[in-house]
Design a binder for this molecule. Structure first.
Ligand code: CDP
Length: 201
């Protein structure tokens, strides 16, 4: 039986952590859709055509470290190209409706990919809190990263993602908004699990 949990929200809001926890708690498959755009962004950085890259995206394209600041920006740029998004729609829709249920996190899951999702969350937090979380992740891998550059990257990406014409980042009208600015990760996960449980009844 299909049961879809759609988790959207701006950069570094905690979607990944919450999605993984919800997926483990309920035994649902998980797709981090940001990785698809990051993989296309990495190919574009290497000189590839983003539309062709999206059309031919293969599992091996998801290998390696896609969670760098440079790839995040490239992802956000290619994600504004309508044909790139179009090429990735069908895979995401099939994943969303697979037997046994699925959690997908991204920007347009509850609005465009799976408007019929049984549970929808829009996870957010203040830009300062999100930039600090992302800074701590990135600086662990690269000590030369600065807080200022991470904040600027997050703001640039949010603006681009929210203002693009095709599938802009937005909370679906029927999404529950979860502001994690002042929440521990455990509390945010508990709130998400509770929402999904209610929708399963
Ligand atoms: O982890 P973080 O929130 O920083 O980003 P991500 O979810 O990995 O997404 C990287 C970029 O891909 C975003 O800034 C968006 O531009 C794009 N994206 C999108 O347009 N639609 C999605 N469903 C997921 C990601």
């Amino acid at each position: 039986m299909a049961f879809t949990v759609a988790i959207d929200g701006p950069a570094a809001a905690g979607k990944g952590t919450i999605s993984r926890a919800v997926s483990a708690h309920f035994g649902l498959a998980h797709l981090d859709t940001g990785l698809l755009y990051r993989a296309v962004g990495r190919k574009a950085l290497r000189g590839g055509d983003p539309v062709a890259a999206a059309q031919a995206l293969a599992p091996e394209d998801l290998q390696g470290d896609l969670r760098t600041a440079e790839i995040a920006q490239a992802a956000s740029r290619v994600a504004a190209i309508p044909q790139v998004r179009q090429a990735l729609v069908e895979f995401q829709r099939q994943f969303a409706r697979r037997d046994g249920g699925a959690v997908l996190d991204g920007r347009d899951i509850g609005t465009v990919i799976c408007p019929e999702a049984e549970a929808k969350l829009f996870v957010t937090a203040s830009v300062e809190v999100r930039a600090e979380r992302r800074f701590l992740e990135l600086v662990a891998k690269d000590p030369s990263v600065s807080r200022e550059s991470v904040l600027a990257d997050v703001v640039a990406r949010d603006t681009r993602d929210a203002e693009r014409d095709t599938a802009p980042m937005a909370a679906a009208a029927d999404a529950v908004v979860l502001d994690t600015s002042e929440m521990s990760i455990d509390a945010a996960v508990a709130a998400a699990v509770e929402l999904v449980e209610r929708r399963m009844r």
